[in-house]
Design a protein around this ligand. Structure first.
Ligand SMILES: O=C(O)[C@H](O)COP(=O)(O)O
Length: 236
């Protein structure tokens, strides 16, 4: 029976500073490094052995994956990168402090930007130096594919083709797969996998560096799902 584990990266420097991050390529904080190591040790201790891993183009997820693989003695497995697993693009909010913006715009507006399914944060202007079109790692994409802001719905729209084309076929072939990604790209994937409604998805918050494990039937149906926490498995 194949299994799939989803892991959100450990704490990043901008999680620590409470700043909107999105596609900004910030690294893990020291705490995030420790959290990622701990997740790797827990997966190793639980007897998990992945055949391959997927991650985004963003270093906080990539480094989390490397630390997990290191502590599982699994650095040799293929780790495949796909920009479609990137965090939801936070538009012009990227870099801003979440608490300061709550003061300025109010808690309801902040909640809409952060958790509503269909609302997009304000767009990043095309000539804004923060725009991803200036980054070498997206040079292979058509300009139209590079977002200037995304709702969670937009994020689901780009994550699912990656799931269907690259990840799901490997599970159906019997491989055990680890995916290291981000709070909102994983919320989008979990929404699809577990059939969570647009109304209920704002209540799902995926914790930092805690593997969410799915045991699957051979046809891909979910048999069991749980978080692998320090104190033991916890059903979700
Ligand atoms: O991009 C970010 O700022 C975080 O990774 C997720 O932030 P959120 O919890 O505000 O969506």
């Amino acid at each position: 029976m194949p299994y799939l584990a989803l892991i959100r990266h450990g704490e990043s420097q901008w999680n620590l500073e409470n700043r909107f991050t999105g596609w900004t390529d910030v690294d893990l904080s020291e705490k995030g490094v420790q959290q990622s190591r701990e997740a790797g040790r827990r997966l190793h201790g639980g007897g998990y052995t992945f055949d391959l891993a997927f991650t985004s183009y963003l270093r906080r997820a990539i480094r989390t994956l490397w630390l997990v693989q290191d502590h599982m003695d699994r650095m040799w497995i293929p780790d495949l990168k796909d920009w479609r697993l990137n965090e939801r693009h936070y538009g012009a909010l990227q870099g801003e402090n979440k608490a300061a913006f709550e003061q300025l715009y109010g808690a309801e507006q902040l909640h809409q930007w952060r958790r509503s399914y269909a609302v997009r944060p304000p767009l990043l202007e095309p000539d804004d130096p923060r725009h991803a079109r200036f980054e070498a790692k997206y040079a292979h994409l058509d300009v139209g594919q590079i977002p200037a802001s995304e709702s969670l719905a937009d994020t689901v729209h780009r994550v699912l083709p990656c799931w269907r084309e690259r990840i799901r076929p490997r599970l159906l072939a019997g491989d055990d797969v680890l995916v290291a990604a981000h709070g909102n790209s994983l919320r989008g994937l979990v929404k699809y996998l577990e059939g969570i409604s647009d109304e209920d998805i704002p209540h799902l918050n995926i914790p930092l560096a805690v593997p969410r494990v799915y045991e699957l039937a051979e046809d891909g149906a979910i048999r069991r799902r749980f978080y692998l926490r320090p104190e033991g498995e916890e059903a979700v």
